[in-house]
Design a protein around this ligand. Structure first.
Ligand SMILES: Nc1ncnc2c1ncn2[C@@H]1O[C@H](COP(=O)(O)OP(=O)(O)OP(=O)(O)O)[C@@H](O)[C@H]1O
Length: 312
């Protein structure tokens, strides 16, 4: 189990990670989301032992994780960390980059392992290409294969798919998380892509201004967000005063576009714009003083009527 206790870190006077505590079970996949600058990357670096915390403690299986003050070479053997800059060796081949940390004693096993990992990230055909000749997305895939090479117990991934095109991203991310689940590797990854965090995480951690403000399942985060900030991080959201529906409790509702259903009766709204989404349309509609986003199967113009799923 990974245990983070009251971890704090500042750059000068700027508090970047503030009394963060949480724990992660072996084999769990946890995503860390939050606005740019909220402290996600710094948190990963602290966990890996690249930075010395100002206060607080970290443990993996009850063993303390210590920062660079205590290590000649920062970082822990049982963990691998994939930074946003990939850290590849530019003048050697893709295969050599992936096998960089593997023993040369059993050459056949090493070659098999490298091949297996290159298949996982769909880079087999580039095995003999020098890393410096790759595109950003290809480099990221090689870097992913490399951090898996020694089968770490804990994998820390900082925006691991950010450079990979959407054509391959879904497939490669599914391969990677399936592999980690199968091997029982504990994964913490940061992401700015709601789908990634929602699809692959057992739980999502939400950071805001250095504070951990929520740790919950994707379902809880998506369907029952506690704040507008949390709601907005995981997709389009409509924030609607309940007064618009004749209530006087002074609350607001957080509604996803799919929770607003176009119907023959109900509340009336005016279509402002329609966006084609492939599997349907996203309508921007004017309702009272707000602009709402509504999912629709077909394109609409003019006035529509809508109901809200489960409105009590
Ligand atoms: N080496 C550094 N020196 C000083 N300040 C830094 C340094 N690295 C990061 N920061 C600051 O620390 C804060 C948190 O940065 P961090 O990279 O952890 O955020 P993040 O949530 O990962 O952002 P992003 O999503 O943009 O990658 C930011 O305000 C950033 O400017």
């Amino acid at each position: 189990m990974l245990e983070i206790k009251q971890l704090s870190f500042s750059y000068g006077n700027d508090s970047v990670v503030n009394k963060v505590s949480f724990s992660v079970e072996k084999g769990q996949v946890i995503s860390i989301i939050g606005a740019s600058g909220s402290g996600k990357s710094t948190l990963l670096k602290l966990i890996y032992g690249l930075l010395d915390a100002d206060s607080g403690e970290l443990f993996w299986n009850k063993k303390q994780i210590l920062g660079p003050k205590f290590h000649l070479v920062p970082g822990m053997d049982y963990m691998k960390y994939l930074a946003q800059d990939f850290d590849l060796m530019p003048y050697v081949s893709v295969a050599e980059n992936v096998g960089r940390f593997l023993s040369n004693f059993y050459l056949k096993e090493k070659a098999n392992r490298v091949n297996e990992l290159l298949e996982l990230v769909e880079m087999t055909e580039f095995a003999n290409v020098k890393a410096k000749l790759l595109s950003g997305g290809q480099m990221q895939r090689v870097a992913l294969a490399r951090v898996l090479a020694l089968e770490p117990e804990v994998l820390l991934l900082d925006e691991p798919f950010s450079h990979i095109d959407s054509f391959q991203k879904n497939r490669i991310s599914r391969h990677l998380f399936d592999y980690c689940k199968k091997k029982g590797i504990t994964v913490l990854f940061t992401s700015h892509t709601p789908d990634e965090a929602l699809m692959f995480s057992d739980e999502i951690i939400v950071m805001q201004n250095g504070n951990l403000i929520e740790k919950a399942t994707p379902n809880q985060i998506y369907n029952f967000p506690k704040t507008e900030y949390i709601a907005r991080l995981t997709g389009d959201i409509n924030v609607i005063p309940t007064a618009y529906f004749g209530k006087s409790d002074g609350n607001v509702l957080f509604l996803r576009p799919h929770q607003i259903i176009i119907s023959y009766d109900g509340f009336e709204a005016q279509v402002v714009k329609s966006y084609f989404k492939g599997n349907g349309f996203l309508l921007k509609v004017k309702f009272c003083e707000s602009e709402l986003f509504v999912n629709a199967e077909k394109d609409y113009f003019g006035k529509i009527k809508f109901k809200i799923k489960n409105l009590t």
